[in-house]
Design a protein. Structure first.
Length: 310
C-alpha cells in the first residue's frame, strides 16, 4: 500500500506542471468551477496539489523507498479522472440547492395562498425585498415590547403586499410604464405603513411596564387611603396610558386604511385585461386610488404633528 501511495505521489506531482500550463491557456479545461480564473489555476496546480503530493510522499516513506508502477500510473491519470467527477459533483450540488430554494418558495407561496402569512422576525422569507425585511424588523420590535396584537397587523400587511404584487406581475411585464408607476405607489403605501408601525413601537415603548389594571384597582379600592399627591400621580399615569392607547388606535386605523388601499388596487388591477386599450385605464385607476390614499395619509400626518409635539 505504501509503495502504491509513493508512486501515486510521484505521478501526481509530475502532472501538475502540464495541467497548470493547460489551465493558463484555457482555465475551463483545468478547473471544475463555473467561472474559472487563471489565479485559481495557479493556486490549484502550483500550491494545493503539489502540497498534497508532498504529504503523500512523506507518508509513504514509512515503508521505505520503492514506488510501484500501478501507483505511478494512478498518479498520472488522477487529475484527468478527478476533474469530470468534481464537475458532476458540483453540478449535482447546485441542482440540489436550486431544488431546495424552489421548494422553500413553493412552501411560502402555499402558506400565503392558504392565508398563513406569518412572518418570522429572525428569518425573513426567501428573496425578501427591503419592505418585507422592514416588516420583519418592526414585527420583532412589537413582539419585544409585548404587543402581539399589533404584531399580527404586520402579517396582514405582508399578505396584502404580496398579493397586490402578484396581481401586478400577472397583469403587466416588468419595465412597462404602468407596472413601474403602480409598483412605486404600492411601495410608498407599504413604506408609509412601516413608518406607522415604527411609531407604534415608539409609543408602546413609552408605556411598557405600566399596568393599567393595577393603577385602576388602586384608584378604585384604595382611594380613601391614598394621599392627594399619590392619587394625582396615579391619575396622571392612567391618563398617559390612555392617551398612548388612543394614539395607537389612531395608527391602527391608518394601517387599516393602507390595507384597504392595497386591496382596492389589487381588485382594480385584477380586472385589467392586458393587451387591450382599457388596460392602461385600469392601471391608471389603481394608481389614482393609491395616490389619493398617499395624499390623504400625508394630510393626516400634518394634522397630527402639532398634537404629537405637545
Amino acid at each position: 500500500m505504501l509503495e502504491f501511495l509513493q508512486g501515486a505521489a510521484y505521478g501526481l506531482f509530475l502532472t501538475c506542471p502540464p495541467w497548470c500550463l493547460v489551465g493558463l491557456v484555457n482555465p475551463r479545461l483545468a478547473l471544475p468551477i463555473e467561472h474559472p480564473q487563471r489565479w485559481r489555476v495557479l493556486v490549484r496546480y502550483g500550491a494545493v496539489l503539489p502540497f498534497i503530493s508532498l504529504l503523500m510522499w512523506l507518508t509513504s516513506l514509512w515503508g521505505g523507498f520503492g514506488p510501484s508502477l500501478w501507483g505511478w500510473l494512478a498518479g498520472l491519470v488522477a487529475i484527468a479522472v478527478e476533474l469530470p467527477l468534481e464537475r458532476r459533483w458540483r453540478r449535482w450540488r447546485t441542482r440540489r440547492q436550486q431544488r431546495r430554494f424552489e421548494a422553500a418558495r413553493r412552501r411560502e407561496r402555499a402558506r400565503a395562498e392558504a392565508g398563513v402569512v406569518e412572518l418570522d422576525p429572525s428569518r425573513p422569507p426567501v428573496g425578501a425585498d427591503e419592505i418585507v425585511q422592514a416588516l420583519c424588523r418592526v414585527k420583532g420590535e412589537l413582539l419585544g415590547v409585548e404587543r402581539p396584537e399589533l404584531a399580527s397587523r404586520v402579517d396582514r400587511l405582508h399578505g396584502r403586499y404580496r398579493h397586490v404584487n402578484e396581481v401586478l406581475e400577472s397583469r403587466f411585464e416588468p419595465g412597462e410604464l404602468a407596472f413601474e408607476r403602480a409598483r412605486s405607489l404600492v411601495e410608498q403605501v407599504s413604506l408609509g405603513a412601516v413608518d406607522d408601525f415604527d411609531a407604534m413601537v415608539d409609543r408602546a415603548k413609552g408605556i411598557r411596564g405600566m399596568d393599567v389594571d393595577y393603577v385602576r384597582s388602586r384608584l378604585a379600592k384604595d382611594a380613601v387611603r391614598l394621599s392627594a399627591e399619590e392619587t394625582e400621580a396615579l391619575r396622571r399615569r392612567l391618563a398617559l396610558i390612555e392617551e398612548t392607547e388612543i394614539a395607537l388606535r389612531r395608527l391602527a386605523a391608518r394601517n387599516e386604511a393602507a390595507l384597504t388601499a392595497l386591496d382596492d388596487a389589487a381588485v382594480t388591477l385584477s380586472r385589467v385585461v392586458t393587451g387591450r386599450p382599457k388596460a392602461a385605464l385600469g392601471a391608471e385607476r389603481a394608481c389614482d386610488e393609491l395616490r389619493r390614499f398617499i395624499e390623504g395619509a400625508e394630510r393626516y400626518g400634518q394634522r397630527q404633528q402639532p398634537h404629537s409635539s405637545d
